[in-house]
Ligand binder design. Structure first.
Ligand code: NI
Length: 387
């Protein structure tokens, strides 16, 4: 009998989570604009009598389950969507034109909400408190900083976070010790010269040819100016210059990103870029300038918590794999600079990659992820309590 009622409860929870995920998916909101999403999460938490901390956050929120002077651990989801036009044709596809949950943050928020429901039902048994994070603005790389500044993580001993991974089958769990996602920086380069007639380039400085040389030379940062043993990707992703066929423009603008793991290597990059662009521009008589916009550093998983998260994943019935480092970025890195913890991947087995307009997740991954994070949080509290 007990088994039957448990199965019924699980089936009800699964159905609930699927509906919640679809509701979030239907109304995606961009970074720092997650007002409706936050209101919905607040309502679902209120319905389950889960307390929400009073923090100075415009969007996103932090809830808390448990009581007493025991340890505190945090589980984190993110809630923002991307400026992408959805092409999934799902019945619950985005109704907000040009905005889509193309990174599966609807899945993350729902899984962590499900974990909160499960933890609430065991609140009296928890030897401490669990902070439940629904973080805004992950995609812009600044949401984690807002949570840290809000004191939402005060006295937290460890933090655990997830990302869906469409390349892993449902039922598979992956993580690693050490660097997991890369440090992400953005750059803008401006090349200026005197514009001139296309027929008489000698009367000005050809910013187009200069820019072409700069783009090629920038690739030598990875191949010649940093150690081959340190991963580094430099990609130029935008070029804007000129507006007609027979004039050489005064101005060309480039934009791109650099991905690294090693913080020392990362700190060298702006100077290397400046050296290259100024040298090439000077040879042409032009002027080049760099604007540098640092994003999140590399996500460095703590060995203890990465191993602990794998142990619990095995107990929860996941197939556990060690993943290779990824060159994508994640602002969870800011938490790990201050609090030990681990970032993990949950397999959602779908053909399209993150940020693709046809991106989707397999909803069969939802309930297991919710159960896993409830189990992980409680096990972490027990472990810290005994320490
Ligand atoms: Ni994401």
């Amino acid at each position: 009998m007990a088994d039957v009622s448990l199965n019924e409860t699980e089936a009800t929870l699964e159905q609930q989570l699927i509906e919640i995920r679809r509701e979030l998916h239907r109304e995606p909101e961009l970074s720092n604009e997650e007002f409706k999403t936050t209101a919905k999460l607040r309502e679902w938490l209120n319905t389950h009598d889960i307390r929400i901390l009073d923090l100075p956050l415009a969007t996103g929120l932090v809830a808390e389950i448990g009581s007493g002077a025991g340890p505190i651990i945090a589980i984190r989801s993110d809630i923002d969507a991307l400026p992408i036009e959805e092409q999934t044709h799902l019945p619950f596809a985005s109704i907000n034109p040009g905005v889509m949950h193309a990174c599966g943050h609807d899945f993350h928020a729902t899984a962590i909400l499900g974990a909160a429901f499960l933890l609430k039902s065991r609140e009296s048994k928890l030897p401490g408190k669990v902070r439940i994070l629904f973080q805004a603005a992950e995609e812009t790389g600044h949401g984690a900083k807002a949570i840290l500044a809000s004191s939402g993580l005060a006295d937290v001993s460890a933090i655990l976070g997830l990302h869906n991974n469409p390349d892993l089958p449902v039922g598979t769990f992956g993580t690693r010790t050490g660097p997991f996602t890369a440090g992400v920086d953005r750059f803008v380069i401006t090349v200026r010269g005197t514009g001139t007639h296309a027929a008489t380039p000698e009367r000005g400085e050809d910013t187009i040819v200069t820019t072409a040389q700069i783009i090629t030379a920038l690739q030598t940062i990875a191949s010649r100016l940093t150690p081959a043993t340190e991963p580094l990707v430099l990609s130029v992703t935008q070029i804007h210059g000129g507006n007609t066929w027979n004039v050489l423009p005064e101005l060309v603008k480039l934009e791109g990103t650099v991905r690294t793991y090693n913080e020392e290597v990362r700190q060298l990059i702006p100077d290397k870029i400046t050296q290259i662009i100024q040298g090439i521009a000077a040879a042409a008589g032009a002027i080049a300038e760099l604007q540098w916009y640092p994003g999140p550093p590399a996500t460095i998983n703590d060995a203890h918590w990465a191993n602990f998260s794998k142990e619990i994943a095995t107990q929860a019935g996941y197939q556990v794999v060690d993943l290779a480092p990824q060159m994508g970025g994640e602002d969870f890195a800011f938490y790990l600079q201050q609090i030990p913890g681990a970032f993990v991947n949950i397999g959602t087995g779908r053909p399209y990659s993150l940020h693709h307009p046809s991106f989707d997740i397999d909803e069969a991954a939802l309930l297991p992820a919710a159960r896993y994070f409830a189990l992980l949080a409680e096990a972490a509290l027990n472990k810290l309590d005994q320490a």
